[in-house]
Ligand binder design. Structure first.
Ligand SMILES: NC(=O)c1ccc[n+]([C@@H]2O[C@H](COP(=O)([O-])OP(=O)(O)OC[C@H]3O[C@@H](n4cnc5c(N)ncnc54)[C@H](OP(=O)(O)O)[C@@H]3O)[C@@H](O)[C@H]2O)c1
Length: 394
């Protein structure tokens, strides 16, 4: 399939299908699409319960949106979904549990796929199983299209563009937020923490298979905890998918220079809070290894639930970047509202609209937002209220 066939979508009834529309982030994404999709956009709400999907459609006041049903374990129904649309957006997680058959269906059908997975093992397995097929069909497969990892991926991209070309570059990112999380996020995080050895194995297999470009190096090593003079805060290394995504963008795009390094940190103002954060992560890792404890904790944060509108309205995030190379040093910043839900739904929906309507570089296979959408998505997010700015250049 060539790229122009894929993007015409003339043979498909929908431009965008949102799978998982009745979940916590799914609903917010549906609300965003109902309010912001351009006239003429053919879109559908998909999930496992027709009754709940129809109720959601009525709530949204979007009689034109179609309703489609499928279960994440029903390969045939998922293939039907994938063939019905140009772009498939899914919020059905945990993705290690539910995700693979839908990625397979999209790779096979040449359908662009977007998810919210912050599970590194899932992205690595998806690469190993589906990247080659997606390259053949022209499908673009994008994981982690929410707060994880878009502000970090596009923030690093924006920072790199303030630095000289053709030289080694170093970027550090420092994240701060006051946000709470949903039951779905909690279940996904706990599930991923319980699979340390499998995650390491998948990453190793991926490294063995993924081609390297000669003369280019792109790394995301885990930094050490330290006090950061640049931000005036304690910096704790964050082993999330974000840094991996930034390094993949750097590997794909020449603009990041011949030798690029990214380090990703949580930024904490006071030392006791930093120590508390380290203790909480260590406790989470320990608890995740015990199946009974995992079950008990998951039951306390039910899927489908999350912070209410009032709590979300008070939530915010800031990611500060310090970039240097070729004798220049820049300080940039990405800021927005509630990261996990309001902004995640906005980012996911804008990424889908960007793939559907914007002029983009030709890419296929597993790709990052910076490589597939770069400036076009950055401008969309700016227009939607997420700030990307340069604070200082030295
Ligand atoms: N990248 C990020 O920054 C970010 C931010 C937030 C969330 N997330 C991730 O996004 C995912 C969703 O989070 P959430 O809070 O929205 O979770 P949630 O409320 O539990 O939603 C999960 C969705 O999956 C659906 N589902 C579950 N089992 C299914 C099955 N067998 N067949 C079809 N659909 C099924 C649910 O359907 P029903 O509605 O019918 O129950 C629901 O729509 C999680 O993996 C979370 O970690 C990522």
């Amino acid at each position: 399939m060539n790229q122009s066939d894929r993007h015409s979508g003339a043979d498909r009834p929908y431009d965008i299908v949102l799978f998982g529309a009745t979940g916590f982030v799914g609903r917010l994404t549906a609300e965003y699409l109902a309010a912001h999709a351009p006239d003429g956009c053919r879109w559908a709400l998909a999930g496992r319960s027709r009754t709940r999907l129809e109720a959601l459609r009525a709530e949204l006041g979007s009689p034109d949106a179609a309703v489609l049903t499928a279960d994440s374990g029903d390969g045939q129904a998922l293939r039907g979904l994938a063939r019905s649309t140009r772009i498939l957006v899914t919020t059905v997680g945990p993705y290690l549990q539910h995700g693979d058959p839908l990625v397979a269906a999209c790779a096979d059908a040449g359908t662009d796929y977007l998810d919210l997975s912050g599970e590194p093992e899932f992205a690595d397995r998806s690469y190993l199983r589906h990247d080659a097929r997606a390259r053949e069909t022209g499908a673009r497969l994008l994981h982690a299209c929410g707060f994880d990892a878009v502000p970090h991926d596009l923030g690093a991209y924006y920072t790199v563009r303030q630095l000289p070309e053709g030289v080694p570059l170093r970027v550090d990112g420092f994240v701060r937020t006051n946000a709470a999380f949903s039951g779905g996020t909690f279940a996904s995080a706990l599930g991923a923490m319980a699979r340390g050895p499998q995650m390491v194995r998948a990453a190793r297999e991926r490294r063995l298979h993924e081609p390297r470009r000669p003369g280019r190096r792109a790394r995301a090593p885990l930094g050490a905890p330290r006090f950061s003079g640049e931000t005036g805060t304690w910096a704790l290394p964050l082993p999330t998918i974000d840094a991996q995504v930034v390094a993949r963008s750097a590997a794909a795009l020449d603009r990041y220079g011949p030798d690029f390094r990214y380090r990703h940190y949580a930024s904490v103002k006071r030392l006791p809070m930093a120590l508390g954060g380290v203790a909480a992560v260590a406790a989470g890792l320990a608890v995740a290894q015990v199946p009974q404890a995992r079950k008990w904790l998951t039951a306390r944060y039910e899927p489908g639930t999350g912070p209410d509108a009032q709590r979300r309205a008070k939530s915010w995030f800031t990611v500060r970047f310090v970039g240097e190379g070729g004798g220049r040093r820049v300080f940039t910043e990405v800021t927005g509202g509630d990261p996990g839900y309001g902004e995640t739904a906005k980012i996911l929906a804008e990424a889908a609209l960007c793939l559907a309507y914007d002029e983009l570089p030709k890419t296929a296979g597993q790709v990052t937002t910076a490589a597939a959408m770069g400036d076009a998505l950055l401008e969309r997010l700016r227009a939607a209220g997420i700030v990307f700015r340069t604070a200082a250049v030295r």
